[in-house]
Design a protein around this ligand. Structure first.
Ligand code: MYA
Ligand code: JJ1
Length: 388
């Protein structure tokens, strides 16, 4: 059934019932001298290209490949449209490896036709902090689909990760592969319901008019919690303490230090936004919320070309109730002209989704680990990891 995935060190569907297999690495590391030294062969018309994302022309080519060929919804109405600035942020975290930004181009035209990337991360599974690669942005041009290029890209990124003495990876996909550690649902909170309905992202509910719908999703003009403000560089230490304490509660979560927090959570316009609550009395940072910006192209609509979507990222509440904190996140997103606020049912998100008028989407997101078994998997609420 899975000619490629059956050959890989991932949980196999046939082992699902076997409770004797232990948690942890599925196969041991091999000596670095045994890691294949040269790139896997590509079909003759193509060549590997290690991408320099500081090169604006190359970044524009990657942006364009993804804007035209990356992930769509099940009815092909929308396609993710990651911005160049977002791609640079996502692919150049602290200690990134340039060799893990892997393109394939046509030898003759030099056109970029496929891509896969990894970035390094420390991810904790139960009490085991593991150096991993986070694999993302796997993309093959629409004209080159179903030619078994994806397995070559995956083997090549695996080889380059192994060369750094890293033997595990984390990734997400909309498709079912062997074997998810958990399966999450997307939830959506309308901020601009009229546009969402016009582009076919959502529908007018039964017995609802447009004006009733607009009223239903109305939000205040400014955040309600006293002390709610944008995160700044001076907050990195406090946010790191809050986040580390919170993520410790989950079975699988990133192990963030201050360097990671500065990169992944310090606000960058139209890339990532973070807010916190600073107590007006004690000036203590007690709560934190964040979202990243991922527009989608609207395919085949005469009026609108893109949807501006915010995606819930990491949120921590110790004093402000999570529901109130996320309501303030919705308010700032609305003020910044986002059309929709999306969230997965990870961490404690279930506790606010329905109350804040999120509705379940038609998409699912499956989470995977490579060469790491977690017996029986976990529940979405036990997952403390959000990939971009
Ligand atoms: S998920 C986002 C993936 N991208 C898209 O969905 C964009 C639109 N689609 C495409 O560009 C293509 O359809 C892709 C497949 C490139 C997805 N993850 O070349 P093929 C397997 C893993 O003939 P194509 C993300 O970025 C499929 O089951 N495997 O197919 C995370 C089959 O294998 P098998 C996938 O459609 C990526 C084989 O590929 C996926 O032309 C994590 C068919 O290949 C998928 N999303 O191209 C990658 N889709 O026969 C794994 C299909 O066995 C990382 N397949 O069923 C693993 C860890 C590596 C590092 C390890 C370090 C230690
Ligand atoms: O965005 C998604 N679905 C939308 C649009 C559906 C259009 C028709 N297919 C959706 N809308 C309903 C919203 C409604 C708002 C008011 C309240 C009730 C709900 O459901 C879905 C997620 O739900 N997105 C996708 O399908 C995109 C792909 C998701 C898989 C991503 C794989 C990522 C790989 C990462 O590395």
């Amino acid at each position: 059934r899975h000619k490629f995935w059956e050959t890989q060190p991932v949980g196999q569907f046939r082992d699902a019932a076997d409770t004797s297999l232990p948690d942890g690495a599925i196969e041991p590391p091999t000596p670095l001298s045994e890691v294949r030294a040269d790139p896997y062969p590509l079909p003759a018309a193509f060549e590997w290209l290690t991408c320099d994302l500081d090169d604006d022309a190359l970044l524009a080519d990657l942006y364009s490949l993804l804007a035209h060929n990356y992930v769509e919804d099940d009815e092909n109405m929308f396609r993710f449209n990651y911005s160049p600035a977002f791609l640079r942020w996502a692919l150049k975290p602290p200690s990134f490896f340039r060799a893990w930004h892997i393109g394939v181009r046509a030898k003759e035209s030099k056109k970029l036709v496929a891509f896969i990337s990894g970035v390094p991360a420390r991810i904790r599974a139960r009490d085991d902090v593991v150096r991993m690669a986070e694999i993302n942005f796997l993309c093959v041009h629409k004209k080159l689909r179903s030619k078994r290029l994806a397995p070559v890209l995956i083997r090549e990124v695996t080889r380059r990760v192994h060369q750094e003495n890293i033997w595990q990876a984390a990734y997400t996909a909309g498709v079912v592969l062997p074997t998810p550690i958990t399966t999450c649902r997307y939830w959506h909170r309308s901020l601009n319901p009229k546009k969402l309905i016009d582009v076919g992202f959502s529908r007018l509910g039964p017995r609802m008019t447009m004006s009733r719908t607009v009223r239903l999703y109305k939000l205040p003009d400014a955040p309600l919690t006293p002390g709610f403000r944008r995160m700044e560089l001076r907050d990195v230490a406090a946010v790191t303490r809050l986040l580390r304490a919170y993520l410790a509660k989950f079975v699988v979560a990133p192990d963030f230090d201050e360097v990671d927090v500065e990169h992944w959570l310090l606000p960058q316009e139209d890339v990532v936004d973070s807010y916190l609550v600073e107590s007006p009395e004690t000036h203590e940072v007690t709560d934190f919320c964040s979202f990243y910006t991922l527009p989608s192209s609207v395919l085949n609509n005469a009026t609108y070309a893109t949807l501006k979507a915010a995606y819930s990222y990491y949120n921590v509440s110790t004093k402000t109730p999570l529901q109130q904190l996320m309501n303030d996140a919705l308010i700032v997103a609305k003020q910044k002209n986002y059309d929709v606020f999306n969230a997965l049912d990870v961490m404690e998100n279930e506790s606010f989704l329905k109350e804040l008028k999120f509705g379940p989407g038609d998409g699912q997101l499956h989470y995977y680990l490579y060469n790491y078994r977690i017996r029986n998997g976990i529940k979405p609420s036990e997952l403390g990891l959000v990939l971009l």
